[in-house]
Structure formats: C-alpha cells, structure tokens
Design a binder for this molecule. Structure first.
Ligand code: SF4
Length: 719
C-alpha cells in the first residue's frame, strides 16, 4: 500500500485550522482524548461513499491505527478542499460512533422487536449457509432476493463481489429504480446517452436553468460553477415546486405545480416553434420527428399550460424567449423531476429543448445530466462485473419501489423466502413503509442485513453482520455527477469484528460450496483490475498512479462538445423527438380514486431539505439531528387557516397508508394545496415512529418503473 508520510504536528494542525482548511478538529475525530503531541501519521487517500453526485476526495491521517486527521483533499479541483457539513465529522459520527454494530448478531426476539444476541462469524455463516441451502432446496434459488443499493456507491463494497455471489446462486435481484429509474431511460430515448455538458463547463453558460434540482445542497461542488457563470453575466433560473435553498438564490424561481414539468417544457416548445426561435439547420441535420412535434405542441399553448402548471401565461412565454435567445443556454437536471407519474415524459420533453434551439453548438450549452458513462467507458468492467461472464445470471429482477408488495405477495412464483439487505435501509427510504414492515414481519422470511447501525430495517433481521466503513476497506469510486475516478485505501483496521461486505460474500460463497476462482479475488485486486484498461480516458492513469494520487480526472478531449454536430447515441444517430417505445412526450393527469380526492385533498412533497442527513444516513447522529431540529411541514396560510393551524403547532399528516407527527411552518412560499416535508428522518427517532415514506405511495412512473413519490395525497390536522 502506498503511504505518503506527512509530519503532522499540533502547531501545523492549528495553523491549518486557522487558515480555514477543511480538516476536522482533532478533538472531534479522535475516539479518545487528545494526546499532547502528535508527531507523525500516515496519510491515506479516500473518497466519499455516499450516493451523491460530488464523490469528494479526502485524506485521512492515522497514527497507532487511530484517525488523527480527516478532511477534503485540497488538491482535487472539483472537491475544492471542502466536504459537506455532515461528512466533515464522518470518522467520529460513523466509524467511531458508540452505537456502531461491531459483532454479528442473531435474533432472539420477535421480528422487529430489536432483540438480538451476539454470535461469532463462523457460527453465523455456518447457520446461515444451512438455512439458505434449505430455502433453495424447498423453494428454488429465485426465492432468494438480493437487495443491495447505494448505501455505498463505491464499487467493490457495493456490488463487485455480491453480484458474483447472487449470479452464481441464480437468485432474484432488486431493480435499482428508485433513483434514476425514469430519468435515465427517458434521456436515453431522446439522446441515447446521459452524457452532456461537463460539470466544469457550466461556467461558460449564460442562461442556466436548474430544473428540479437543489444544486446548492445536493450538488454543492457544482454550485460554484453556476456562481462563476453568474459573475460573467449568466442568469440562474430554478424550476422547482418548492422553495429550495437554491431557489432562494436564483435570479428567477419558477414554481409549477408538482408533476407538471412536461407541460411546461412542451409549452416552451410551443412558443419557441411558433415564434420561429428554433435552429432549423440543427433540427434538419441532427434530429428526427420535428414535423410531428410541431403539430403535437400546438395544443400546449400558454393558456392551456398555464392552467396545468398553475403559472402565469407571461412567465411561460418569457422563459421560452429568454431560453431560446440567450447563448449558451444550459438546462441542468438530476433526478428531482422524475419522482412523479409524468417523470419520464417530463425528462424527455426537457431533453428535446437544447436540440430545438441548437444550444448544443456552444461550449456550456445543451443539457447537463449524469456522467456515469465516463467510468463505463474507461474502467475495466469485464473484471469488476465478473458475474456477467459467469455461467449463470440473475434471472428475475424485482422493482425496489414495490418491495412491500413483493414481500407480501404469496402468488409470486416463487415467493420471496430469503432476503439479503446491504447498503440499503428500505424501511426508511422506499415508499409505503408500513407495507414493507408487514413483509419484513413474516416469520417465515429469512432476513440477513449487513449494516453499521441498528437501523429500522436491521431490527427485522434474523442475522446482522457488522460492516466496515469507508476508512476500513479498499474500494474504487466512479461518479455520476463529475468526471473523476477515486480509489479508497483502508486507513485503519476494521473496528471490532466488522468486515467488508465483499468478505461476507466470500465467506458465504465458501459455505455454499461455490468454488469459482472469482470468489478468491481480494478487494485490492478488484480495485487494481479496474485500471487494467487501455481506454484513452485513462491514459497515464494506472493503479500505481492512483495509489500515489488517490484521484484522477479522466483524459477527456477538450473542448467537450458532444452534440455540436449531432452524434447522438441513438440507433438513428439523431436526437429522437419521437421515441420508438413511447411516442411523443405528453402530460397525463394522475389518476386518484374519488375517495382519495375527497379525504386527502393536499399534495405532499417529500424532499431532501436536510443538510445533515444523506437520505437516511447520519440521521442517527445526535448533533446533526439537533441541528436539523424537529421534522416539519410547510403549509400555505390558506390551507393552515382552513385547519386552524399556526406556525409551531404540532400537526398530524395522514392518509390511508400512514400518519406522521410534524411541526407546522406556515409559509407563503409553498403553493396552496401543496404541503412539503423533509425526507430522511429515522422513523423510530421521531414522535409516532413513522416518517415520510409511511405516507408515500409505491406508484410507478410512466417510463422505467421509477418511484412516483411525489404523487401522494394527504390530509393535515392539528395534533
Ligand atoms: S455527501 Fe457529497 S458533498 Fe458530502 S462529502 Fe460526500 S460526496 Fe462530498
């Protein structure tokens, strides 16, 4: 392992801290009291594991197997010397947290009761192997469900070993649809790729529409590029149904009714085409379906769109004008727009706009979406995704949005009899949580959880295995929001009996008599093999380079103008306005039952408003929870008045699925008829034991089987 020796003295640390460097105060990192002097330490490279577009690089310094300093890598230009607030104290909050699970546990109480006793690894793996073999012999291997997700997005502990294991078993796998499930296939229908304008090139844009994305909070290292563009004269427009931190800083906040983005985009097209603000040459050369689109958008006139979106007609016209006449114009989308029934078509409609105006021609113009394809081209996925070369493959894919339905469905053939949950906390993060709870309560369901903490989901496990944190294992991280690759070196020994997820699957593979060579591969070798690639993006970047530097930016040809001359990755090679599968995008009204409409008249938005949590991660960390305060509900004065509610009152938000206690915040900034609450709180740590996903529906999006979380109706009353 490469170790860059750095002399770290208290004086040096104090000097750094005084300069505002990103390193965390020693006292907040050390699990024990601060020694008088810190003479030297060994510094390791690492990367944030969260499902976040920024994938920050960090450095961690260790002495006597203890972390003595932790902070952002100041040399990585995108990380720019700063981790977000919740990660600055990561070693103390997660790795050294006193409640961390450090030994395997076996259930002794009822499901969900949270009563466990310690068990040693050998015994636990042996018992689990026996039970698994029994399940497979009685119900078949597809009755086993692999439920891993993005609790870490670093590739080795996320999936590189587990996917081999479940492919070998021929188990069912969970389809990762809850984030990107609609938006990615939708973009691919139009452009054939998610790649577009590079993150750094936003600084060249002069009209930036941040559409359904809270950049300042959820993509904080992108925000400085927006500000840089603004300094050079750009305007920043936010389209979002709620007033996010980003919306508050925008030059113009457009606040459509939730789920109506598709109508707004089609309305913009109506104006742009009618007033001949299109780039006809670009359309003729590089797109298909314009004639039909032109006809189609005639019905999306500003008057009709105004009624659908709840926006003034003039705003729709003005937005279309400004967008089409300012160069370079950029639309930034992430996943916020997809979480409603119209999410797929909304994405397609927005993706068409840059081709209509020829925005792709200029640096900083076009669409900015996800960057994961960079790593897809560059790294050696044949090695990382070894399972795809195995003689057997996962046979059945089940939608994670509907995990509650899946676990309760005895008609499934075969029904699920065993579930492995790792890097995932479905009781907090997937919709219709009470239905999921009923499924996990099944006494005949063998439930295995790999975790750091006793989460809401872990309480339902038969066996819990303690997982290592990012400071304790090898890994490699690609990114879906920027264009750097990182490695993660283990800095300290695993605490207690914690082991990497990869090691758990190696041990269980042995127990299951899976003798294939791929189960012998070490984590370090997996990381190493990823760089065994001759793709030009990795020119000069090999494992040795990564050992010394920790991170590297892909060698991307500059200027990066992927669609200046068409070159779309669709089958036709053109930007396809009409999808072969789904025709032209259109607005569809969401169907609710009459009973729902009468009993639950308000639309609930559940949004990432907290800075201290990452989905449900960190929500068990006391100081972050205290900073966030009690979970709250934004409600418009007219809706509050009708219910005799004032700011500060306790309110009960409820529907046919659940009931949540919140503190009311009466605000003009939320639209009448819409209420909004934060997502991420652990249900057991708030009053009533239910949180946002006890209310949300497991309805699917129009494209891709994504989560239409925001199509959720509720009623509110004073508590
Ligand atoms: S959560 Fe995101 S912003 Fe925060 S440190 Fe991790 S990658 Fe960076």
């Amino acid at each position: 392992m490469s170790k860059k020796k750095e002399k770290i003295t208290r004086r040096k640390f104090v000097n750094q801290a005084a300069k505002g460097y990103a390193s965390v105060q020693l006292a907040s990192v050390l699990p024990v009291s601060l020694p008088d002097t810190v003479d030297e330490g060994t510094t390791y490279h690492g990367v944030c594991y969260h499902d976040c577009p920024d994938s920050c690089s960090w450095k961690v310094t260790v002495q006597d197997d203890k972390v003595i300093s932790f902070g952002a890598d100041k040399e990585n230009p995108f990380t720019a010397g700063k981790l977000c607030g919740k990660m600055e104290t990561f070693p103390r909050d997660i790795t050294y947290h006193p409640d961390r699970l450090l030994t395997p546990l076996k259930r002794v109480g009822k499901k969900g009761e949270g009563k466990f006793e310690p068990i040693n690894w050998d015994q636990a793996i042996s018992e689990l192997g026996d039970q698994l073999k029994d399940v497979i012999s009685r119900h078949g291997s597809e009755s086993v469900l692999s439920h891993g997700y993005m609790g870490t997005q670093s590739l080795v502990q996320k999936s590189a070993m587990s996917s081999r294991f479940f492919a070998r078993m021929e188990a069912s796998e969970i389809a990762h649809t809850i984030c990107g499930g609609a938006v990615v296939p939708a973009i691919f229908e139009v452009n054939g790729t998610s790649m577009g304008v590079l993150p750094e090139d936003m600084q060249h844009s002069r009209y930036i529409i941040l559409w359904g994305t809270n950049t300042k909070h959820s993509n904080m290292h992108q925000w400085p590029y927006a500000l840089k563009a603004r300094e050079a004269g750009a305007r920043i427009i936010v389209v979002d149904p709620f007033v996010s931190a980003t919306a508050e800083e925008a030059d113009w906040h457009i606040q459509p009714l939730p789920g109506t983005d598709v109508a707004l985009a089609l309305g913009m097209m109506h104006v742009i085409i009618k007033e001949n603000m299109v780039d006809q040459e670009y359309i003729d050369q590089y797109t298909s379906g314009f004639k039909d689109l032109k006809e189609h958008v005639k019905s999306y006139d500003p008057t009709s769109v105004s009624q659908i979106c709840g926006l003034p007609e003039n705003d729709i016209i003005k937005l279309a004008h400004e967008y089409a006449t300012t160069e370079p114009s950029l639309i930034r989308i992430m996943v916020g727009m997809e979480h409603n029934y119209n999410g797929g078509d909304g994405t397609r409609a927005v993706a068409i706009l840059p081709a209509l105006t020829g925005a792709w021609r200029k640096l900083g113009g076009g669409l900015m979406h996800l960057t994961f394809e960079m790593a897809g081209h560059a790294l050696n996925w044949e090695r990382l995704e070894y399972h795809k070369q195995m003689p057997t493959q996962p046979k059945r894919s089940l939608n994670m949005v509907q995990i509650g339905q899946i676990l309760n469905n005895r008609e499934l053939n075969p029904a699920i009899q065993a579930i492995f949950i790792f890097n995932s906390n479905p009781m907090a993060t997937t919709p219709n949580a009470n239905l999921t709870k009923r499924g996990l309560e099944r006494e005949d369901l063998l439930t295995v959880v790999l975790e750091h903490f006793m989460t809401e989901t872990a309480k339902y496990a038969d066996y819990i295995f303690p997982a290592t944190t990012q400071l304790e294992h090898w890994d490699i991280a690609d990114s879906w929001g920027q264009v750097y690759v990182n490695i993660n070196q283990p800095a300290i020994s695993p605490r207690g009996e914690a082991r990497p997820n990869s090691e758990f699957f190696r041990l269980l593979a042995k127990e299951m008599d899976y003798t294939e060579e791929c189960f012998q591969e070490s984590d370090k070798d997996m990381v190493k093999s990823a760089f065994d690639s001759d793709h030009p993006y990795l020119e000069g970047i090999d494992f040795e380079y990564m050992q010394n530097h920790g991170w590297a930016r892909y060698k991307i040809p500059e200027p990066y103008l992927p669609h200046a001359k068409g070159n779309f990755a669709t089958t036709s090679g053109k930007c396809e306005f009409i999808s072969q599968q789904n025709g032209l995008p259109s607005y569809k009204e969401v169907v609710y039952s009459e009973e729902e409409k009468i009993n639950f008249p308000l639309q609930l938005l559940t949004v990432k408003k907290t800075k201290g949590f990452h989905n449900s991660s960190h929500a068990n960390v006391r100081h972050l929870r205290q900073k966030e305060g009690r979970p709250w509900l934004d409600i418009h004065p007219s809706d509050a008045k009708a219910r005799n509610i004032s700011s500060g009152d306790e309110v009960i938000v409820y529907n046919q699925r659940g009931k949540v206690f919140l503190e009311a915040k009466v605000r003009e900034s939320i639209r009448p008829g819409v209420v909004c609450m934060p997502h991420g709180y652990w249900p057991s740590l708030i009053k009533g034991g239910q949180a946002s996903n006890h209310l949300t529906d497991d309805r699917l999006t129009d494209i891709g089987g994504g989560a239409a979380l925001q199509d959720c109706r509720v009623e509110v009353e004073k508590g």
